[in-house]
Design a protein around this ligand. Sequence first.
Ligand code: GDL
Length: 465
Amino acid sequence: MTTQATTHFLAGVIEGFYGPPWTQAERFELFDWMAQWGLNTYFYAPKDDLKQRAIWRELYSAAEAEALGQLIQACQQRHLRFIYALSPGLDIRYSNPAELEHLQQRFEQILALGCQNFSLLFDDLPDRMDPADRQRWGSFAAAQCHVVNALFRWTRERCPAARFLFCPTPYCGRMAEAKLGGEGYLATVGRELLPEIDVFWTGPEIISREITVAHIQELQTVLRRKPLIWDNLHANDYDGRRFFCGPYSGRASELRSAVSGLLLNPNTEFPLNFVAVHTLAEFVRNPGTWDARQAYLAAMREWLSYFATSGPPLALEDLILLGDCYYLPYEDGAEAKALFERARDLLSRNPATWGDDAATIRRQLARLREFCFRLTELQHRPLFYALNRRVWELREELDLLERYIAFKSAPGNQNADYHPDSHLPGTYRGGMVSRLQRLLAPQSDGTITPALSRESFPIAREPKI
Ligand code: GDL
């Protein structure tokens, strides 16, 4: 085997989000990116593939096995490590020996396809234990360690070089503090899980803004091994209105040597992951200090080639502004942040004082809106389809802002009410979810309070005839 797949440090991508799994063609494209950019691992764990979690005991059909075999081969050809994961935790009976046989039968099927690396995942489970399991094992951690150790030994007998990974039930700092999985869960794993098995961790949070070396070192003491990072920084399955194309960031360069690998579980829509994967690869390769913004700008320059249109070319500057609007979960990119602050500042002032500022901001808003509109001309249709709903929403808001500012800037309108003839109650920001979102208001200190003013819930009036 060659360098990338034999490097001990695991660097690459997890297909481990909720929602539609990637297509075969998308996975092949990912493998090409990874091979080109020096990443070495693809981790197969699509949450909503029925056989991944819901019906984990059933074997794959011949067609499904063939498709998986193609992925395994494609990784081998590119010298990438393919890791196969299974999530039996929703209903496994740890104390029933037949369950271990089910796991073995599934792994046998995958071994026959040439796969050499495996994983068992116990994330996102109901926190309750079957009475028979509780009696036999006493705790989730002990029960899981028993099953994982047994399957690890079984796998190593068949494949001595197999890498084996485990995702615990509490897999971030907040869950551990809340004692998810029971008292002393991680300490039990540290003691009882065989030392060759890697343990996943997402950082202080499920979506961690930062992962510090100090945080990891503390965990390493408990787990008695270097943790393996399952990084959800660019995951967007929890919010269908957003996606994240900002740079890999909030992780110090020193983190690379404190963990056994960095695997990124990114956006559900594969075409939106170019920058996420590109900058992760850069971070892993780059031995010096990390400049996330520079890495982002370099990746955007390359991503621009995916934005060829049926008309005149799109400008890098505009793509960067769009990317800045969908940057990272806790952070907008610099250009988007500045545009937002200029608009907010303008709206906080009396329109009588706006002067030329209004026209300047309207131009900037219109430019971004026009750019969003021009994405309809993209030749890469899957990229456009992935962007479409999100960017539509952005366009709507830009359009409303422009119209509002134009109205208030017009002579005599400064104190007049604005009644748009688009953006009407019901069709604009309408619907149950939207109303529910306004019922409770998150505050900047993290608390959530009721927002019961009637003003927050406009009722659509009957149209005047
Ligand atoms: C999670 C899930 C993951 C999901 C992510 C973001 C882990 C270990 N599990 O908790 O499948 O994509 O959050 O929603 O991260």
